[in-house]
Design a protein around this ligand. Structure first.
Ligand code: ASP
Length: 280
């Protein structure tokens, strides 16, 4: 049993030491909570749980603390993928819900599993998700001052459970200042993908991640027999010609954990009950 989570990117030049420390503490707390949860839950349930904790922490750009789009609204996206059933479900540009990842998980029971915009928001209301503003004053002040919040802070989790099943979940508030209707990578197979061999969650510039089909490529390469490290290296090398900005976390069927970023530095933590690996 293992868990790895990410909380997007930060840059040394634009992140205060206090924020960095706060993110380290939050990731350590959440990865350990997710590992404890995994003892009695499936990988799928655990990735949803971990993402919901990350969404609830305003340090990250998902759920509470999400970025504001160019028209002043917050629209969030999230996806969940169960490696063993290969079912993916998600919401794209959902509004006014506390935990987009929980709505994405609820959609897994449906025939129509990925909903966008108003349809996603209406589905959430019909399934008991109350209207909730995820806006925090800091994001509104940044929006008013036309300052783009520093560091992309999408969240994600990948887990392997006691029966060797893999799952991935990703949740985002988007890039900030995007055109209404822009689609993030997070609820696509480029940003979040899993099968029985490997599960991957990405963060970074959604357009670059989609161009590089990052999560789907890594999973496909591992499925076809490449080692997880080689699969990452090849996929990240393919981002280079257009300076693609991406970070990814993954676990393979054998329980190997891997992560890589194209630029400094992705915020991540992994835990296997003994060893904690935390970004520094
Ligand atoms: N991937 C997200 C997006 O472009 C942003 C992020 O990773 O923080 O929507």
């Amino acid at each position: 049993m293992k868990v790895i989570i990410h909380g997007g990117f930060f840059s040394e030049s634009s992140t205060s030491p206090e924020t960095k420390l706060a993110k380290q503490q939050a990731l350590e707390r959440i990865v350990k909570a997710a590992y404890a949860y995994l003892q009695a839950h499936t990988a799928l349930e655990t990735v949803v749980y971990a993402c919901s904790l990350l969404e609830d922490d305003a340090l990250f750009n998902a759920g509470t603390g999400s970025q504001i789009q160019s028209d002043g609204q917050i629209r969030m996206s999230a996806a969940v993928m169960d490696g063993s059933s290969q079912k993916m479900s998600g919401v794209i540009n959902i509004e006014e819900v506390k935990n987009p990842v929980l709505v994405a998980h609820t959609l897994m029971q449906e025939e129509d599993r990925i909903l966008g915009g108003e349809g996603a928001t209406n589905y959430a209301r019909q399934h008991g998700y109350a209207s909730f503003s995820t806006e925090i004053p800091q994001r509104r002040a940044e929006y008013e001052a036309k300052v783009k919040a520093t560091g992309l802070g999408t969240v994600g989790c990948v887990a392997i459970d006691q029966s060797g099943k893999l799952a991935a979940a990703t949740s985002t508030g988007g890039k900030g200042f995007e055109l209404p209707g822009r689609i993030s990578d997070s609820a696509t197979v480029a940003g979040n993908y899993a099968n029985e061999y490997c599960a991957v969650s990405c963060t970074g510039v959604g357009e670059d991640i989609v161009s590089g089909a990052v999560a789907a490529k890594i999973v496909t390469r591992v499925t076809d027999g490449q080692a997880i490290k080689a699969a990452f290296e090849k996929t990240f090398a393919e981002l280079k010609p257009y300076d693609g900005f991406c970070g990814a976390i993954a676990i393979d069927q054998a329980g190997n954990i891997y992560h890589q970023d194209s630029h400094p530095s992705m915020v991540f933590a992994s835990f296997d009950g003994a060893a904690l690996d935390l970004f520094h």
